[in-house]
Every structure is written in structure tokens, then in C-alpha cells.
Design a protein around this ligand. Structure first.
Ligand SMILES: C[S@@+](CC[C@H](N)C(=O)[O-])C[C@H]1O[C@@H](n2cnc3c(N)ncnc32)[C@H](O)[C@@H]1O
Length: 213
């Protein structure tokens, strides 16, 4: 195994370790934040070349079930912004924010922004554990291969708003949270109407804020 391969394998293991630890005890994020930020800062210049063309298939499938288009949408842990662009194309009236704790990822996302989307998509460095957004600001929040902070997701999602998680390689994704754990973490914050999806080896979970409908 070459050194870059070894580095990549260790990085994936560390991302899984951090995910499990933080989902179990969100207060541990304080310890993981710096290393995770540095890990993704390092990966940012080559992140797009590491994405498979199928990476967003589960997200696309889950979005097919979103029956009310958002006015404002948030892609959390946006990385180089690919899911934010996808949201903007799918919902042509929506304003889209892509947020990530890695400043280097945000720089790449800004550079990648197609001119036709520049007026509606913006990228901001922000920590999902403590978001700089108002209560109920977004009618749709997406997370692709991203660690969840359930309380903040409950706070920034509008009433009757949508939340979609997707994991490009299902349980093989380094940052992976089983759907039953997502459901149990989200239910106390008012999410219901859960629906599961599978596409191209990946998985997604869609939820809606508010009473089951
Ligand atoms: C596995 S990458 C996924 C990037 C993108 N969603 C994709 O699928 O191409 C995870 C991203 O989440 C970001 N991230 C991890 N923890 C975060 C947090 N607490 N707040 C914001 N971003 C975070 C990382 O910096 C990284 O860019």
C-alpha cells in the first residue's frame, strides 16, 4: 500500500470514529472539531476528483418525494458545494446556502460556482454544531455524508420543512449513521414522516418537521 493510500484509509477510519463518538455524545465535537477541520482542509483541493458520478443518486431520489419546493435551502457539510448546486438546479426559485466547517472546502465551492447560479447560491464557513442561522430559516436542509447535530437541525428547519440525509456508499461511507439512529435522534426535535431510499449503493433518509401527515 502506498503512503497516500494508507493516509486515505486512516482518514476514513478517523472520520467514522469521530462520527460515532459525536453522535453518541455531541459534547465530544469540541475535541474532534480541529482534527476534522484540518482533515477536510487537506482534502479540499482533490475532493472533486474523489467523488464518483453516482455519489448524489440517493439524494436525488429522496428529493423526488419533496412535494413543496423550498424558498431557502441549506446544504450542511457542503464540501465543494456539489449538493448545493444540485439543490439550486432542482429548485429554481430557491436561495441556497452551502455551509462547511472547512474554510478550504468553502474556497473551492466558491470557485466552482457556475455563473448562472451565483445569484442564488452562497457558501459560508459555519459549524453545524452551532449554526449562525435563525430558527426555522430553511424549508429544506440536506446533509450528504455528514455528521448530524440533531438539536441544530431541529432549530433551523422550518415547520413542515424537509430534512434529507444521504450516504453515498450506504454503510460503507466513512461518515455513516444508521437510519434507525437518525430517526431516534430526530424524533425528539419534531421530525416524523420518515422515508428510506436506496440508489447506486447509497442510502438516504427523508424526514419532515411537524406532526406526521
Ligand atoms: C465527507 S465530506 C462530504 C462533503 C460533501 N457533502 C460531499 O458529499 O461531497 C464531510 C464534510 O462535512 C464537513 N463537516 C464536518 N463536520 C462539520 C460541522 N460540524 N459543521 C460543518 N461542516 C462539517 C467537512 O469539513 C467536510 O467538508
Amino acid at each position: 500500500m502506498s503512503l497516500p493510500q494508507l493516509e486515505q484509509r486512516l482518514g476514513r477510519k478517523f472520520a467514522r470514529l469521530a462520527t460515532n463518538a459525536v453522535v453518541g455524545r455531541p459534547a465530544l465535537w469540541r475535541a474532534f472539531r480541529g482534527p476534522i477541520q484540518r482533515q477536510f482542509d487537506r482534502l479540499a483541493p482533490r475532493w472533486d476528483s474523489m467523488r464518483s458520478t453516482d455519489a448524489f443518486a440517493p439524494l436525488e431520489l429522496a428529493l423526488d418525494s419533496v412535494s413543496s419546493p423550498p424558498v431557502r435551502a441549506l446544504d450542511l457539510g457542503t464540501g465543494t458545494g456539489l449538493a448545493a448546486f444540485l439543490l439550486a438546479r432542482r429548485f429554481p426559485e430557491a436561495e441556497v446556502v452551502g455551509a462547511d466547517v472547512s474554510e478550504r472546502m468553502i474556497e473551492v465551492a466558491r470557485r466552482n460556482t457556475p455563473p448562472e447560479l451565483a445569484g442564488r447560491v452562497r457558501f459560508e464557513q459555519a459549524d453545524a454544531a452551532r449554526l449562525p442561522y435563525d430558527d426555522g430559516e430553511f424549508q429544506l436542509v440536506s446533509l450528504v455524508n455528514m455528521i448530524p447535530f440533531f438539536d441544530e437541525l431541529g432549530r433551523v428547519t422550518a415547520s413542515r420543512g424537509w430534512l434529507v440525509f444521504s450516504f453515498s456508499a450506504g454503510p460503507e461511507t466513512p461518515i455513516w449513521v444508521p437510519p434507525e439512529r437518525l430517526r431516534s435522534g430526530l424524533a425528539p426535535f419534531g421530525f416524523s414522516d420518515f422515508a428510506d431510499f436506496q440508489a447506486e449503493g447509497g442510502t438516504a433518509l427523508l424526514a419532515r418537521k411537524g406532526p406526521a401527515g
